[in-house]
Design a protein around this ligand. Structure first.
Ligand code: FE2
Length: 337
């Protein structure tokens, strides 16, 4: 990975570090900066810590880089490596030595996604790497007991909800990586949020759910994000971002969604990603008898159509290209930089 050096007006040099490399609540070894309108603003000093809320906020806003001074680069990289090893050891202590490999693998995935994604243009090569990252990630994440249990429960109740949830999770993780999310925790939240997003639909009687003219249909649909989030909140070990995703997966960028009618930046970023993956898979499912190429083409069209309406236009743009490369048999030759 080449180092990109950026200078400010006074000639000071800075180096970008992907947000995903940072951990919350860890004392910093050098000052860190944000780049705002081509100025570098000091965010934290040596010895300060990044608060988890602040880090979550950056990730949610898809901020890619935090900057450090060029002079601090060597010291900083060494420190990052040590912190990474410490985090792995701590985690191993928690889950047992026999899982060390799994813990290291998780860390590796997280790093790889960032390395691949820092400021890279989408092309067929990148899309392919990302797809294999998604596969690796899904293999790891599906070991989580809770997701297994919930999928089994869904399968018993309604196998098409289970299928749809799993498909949504796959596409959502791909979309998230395309948007630069490599933080394992964020990807896991998006995965779990996708698995759970229609949790409350399991409780809707089949005759209501499959009959749009049933009087109770509209109300049941309106209620499912909130009911689902309330039900999942009662389960153990579910993180807040997962709850937020369930509650907001039908909110729309233009404010026409439900249940709260949130708009633009008010919508939690990961929830917007799951919303896009949800619509994508719904369209594919609705056209399941059409040829593969055709149904994906239609699903991509729907997202394109809803750019700036249901979905954040900035997110849609990059995602469309990535979906075409992954599902639409498009080809963009890998750039040679
Ligand atoms: Fe839904």
């Amino acid at each position: 990975m080449g180092i990109e050096i950026e200078k400010d007006n006074e000639g000071n040099s800075y180096v970008p570090v992907p947000v995903g490399k940072f951990e919350a609540n860890v004392e910093l070894i050098s000052p860190i900066y944000l780049k705002i309108d081509s100025k570098f603003i000091k965010l934290k000093n040596v010895g300060d810590v990044l608060e988890p809320e602040k880090l979550d906020f950056f990730i949610q806003k898809s901020l890619k880089n935090i900057f450090i001074e060029l002079d601090a680069l060597e010291k900083f990289m060494k420190w990052l490596k040590e912190k990474k090893q410490e985090a792995i050891n701590e985690m191993v202590q928690e889950v047992g030595e026999e899982h060390r490999e799994l813990v290291e693998k998780r860390e590796e995935i997280r790093e790889k996604v960032y390395d691949t994604f820092t400021d890279m243009e989408m092309d067929s090569g990148v899309a392919e790497i990302l797809q294999s990252q998604v596969k690796e990630f899904i293999m790891e994440v599906k070991e989580i007991d809770l997701s297994q249990a919930i999928l089994a429960k869904m399968l018993k109740h309604n196998s098409s909800i289970a299928d749809h949830s799993l498909n949504t999770a796959n596409v959502a993780v791909y979309m998230a990586m395309v948007l630069g999310h490599g933080n394992y925790q964020v990807l896991e939240d998006i995965y779990m949020g996708s698995i759970f997003h229609d949790y409350a639909k399991m409780k809707i009687p089949q005759e209501v759910l499959e009959n749009k003219s049933n009087m109770k249909y509209n109300q049941a649909i309106q209620d499912h994000p909130r009911k689902g989030s309330l039900a999942v909140k009662k389960l153990e070990k579910v993180r807040d971002p997962v709850i937020k995703i369930i509650e907001q997966h039908h909110e729309q960028y233009n404010g026409n969604g439900f249940p709260q009618g949130l708009k633009e930046d008010e919508i939690f970023g990961p929830a917007m990603i799951v919303a896009m993956a949800n619509i994508f898979d719904n369209t594919v499912m609705e056209n399941k008898n059409k040829p593969k190429k055709e149904k994906y083409r239609m699903a991509i069209k729907v997202l394109e159509y809803d750019k700036g309406k249901q979905f954040d236009p900035d997110m849609v743009e990059k995602i469309i290209v990535a979906l075409k490369l992954a599902y639409g048999e498009y080809y963009i030759p890998p750039s040679s930089n």
